[in-house]
Design a protein. Structure first.
Length: 166
């Protein structure tokens, strides 16, 4: 199953989610990420955090969501917005009508202060994303009809970070 994580700049949150799902999904999913207005590069604090956790960073790049609306793009099963800006934008038409949900996460790239403050913000975002992705991975996708699955995915996105339970 193909999953697309969307954010505006595709430099931090969506990248973290892509890498984590590809690792934690153990081949069940192929995760991608994109942005409505890609930054053109992956945030160095995101790369540092992923490398520190021994997750692959070699092929990562900031890219437009238009890549996934083109002929020949992977058929998407799920599309998750991870920032509020992308959730409010008019998305391209995704072939195949994937299930969509909004899993808003505070933008770690917007944090001002010391490098240590920024690292803490990236770790917080990564922790929240991984908790949501772990809940997603625990869902019996083959046993849920589309409406129930949509409800569960929406619940994952609405739960406060400390209460991510279904």
């Amino acid at each position: 199953m193909n999953v697309l994580f969307l954010c505006t700049g595709n430099s931090a949150r969506s990248i973290l989610a892509e890498v984590y799902l590809n690792a934690a999904g153990k081949g069940r999913f192929v995760a991608h990420s994109a942005g409505s207005r890609p930054a053109g590069k992956v945030n160095p604090f995101a790369l540092e955090l992923l490398e520190k956790n021994r997750l692959p960073v070699k092929e990562l790049r900031s890219k437009s969501w238009e890549e996934f609306a083109q002929p020949g793009a992977p058929k998407l099963d799920f599309v998750f917005t991870v920032c509020d800006n992308a959730a409010g934008e008019v998305c391209p038409l995704w072939p195949g009508q994937p299930i969509t949900a909004h899993w808003g996460i505070a933008d770690p790239a917007a944090v001002l202060g010391s490098d240590q403050d920024k690292r803490r913000a990236f770790l917080r975002a990564f922790t929240e994303l991984s908790a949501r992705i772990n809940l997603f991975l625990s869902l019996p996708l083959d046993k849920l009809d589309r409406l129930v699955l949509q409800k569960k995915l929406d619940e994952i996105g609405r739960a406060p970070a400390a209460e991510k339970r279904l």
